[in-house]
Design a protein around this ligand. Structure first.
Ligand code: ZN
Length: 164
């Protein structure tokens, strides 16, 4: 299955899309070394302390980056999610391009209720943005599309970290 925006892509983008769609897993070497950090994240999120959440989010990200031996990415944890008429932004990935490092931003509170984002949602958002980084740095894709394969890769990371 391809998503509807596929038909609006250029030939080159379509080819990147199809390559992305075929990759369905990201295999961590030994996920059990990262799992304790992820378990701690659940508790730290509840403490509602931005600096601590950011420090741990950076630790988890760099553990995954090291595990997969890809180039580093900066991580920022921001307080309240921006919202607009299409909904709330949960996370953002900015590729390296002109800046030195690629950058991931995640938001720790929802815009509407200003509540701390639920642990699983937060982790999924982080892994989603990391998957954009992996598209460029691990799989060598020139663009990062939301394909079915992309969402499978996100789920495969999630399962290795949570359900083992
Ligand atoms: Zn995305």
């Amino acid at each position: 299955m391809v998503f509807s925006y596929y038909s609006n892509l250029s030939r080159k983008q379509k080819s990147i899309y199809r390559t992305s769609d075929k990759i369905v897993r990201v295999k961590l070497q030994d996920a059990s070394t990262i799992t304790p950090l992820v378990i701690r994240l659940d508790k730290v999120l509840q403490k509602n302390d931005r600096a601590r959440i950011e420090a741990l989010t950076r630790q988890i990200t760099s553990a995954i980056i090291k595990n997969l031996q890809v180039s580093p990415v900066r991580v920022k944890v921001l307080a309240v999610r921006p919202s607009n008429n299409w909904g709330e932004l949960q996370g953002l990935y900015e590729p390296a391009e002109k800046r030195k490092h690629a950058c991931i931003s995640v938001w720790m509170r929802t815009a509407r209720h200003k509540k701390v984002v639920a642990f699983r949602t937060y982790l999924r958002t982080l892994l989603h943005e990391i998957c954009h980084h992996l598209d460029y740095e691990l799989f060598g894709l020139e663009d990062s599309f939301h394909t079915e394969g992309f969402f499978k890769r996100e789920s495969s990371l999630f399962k290795q970290l949570i359900d083992n």
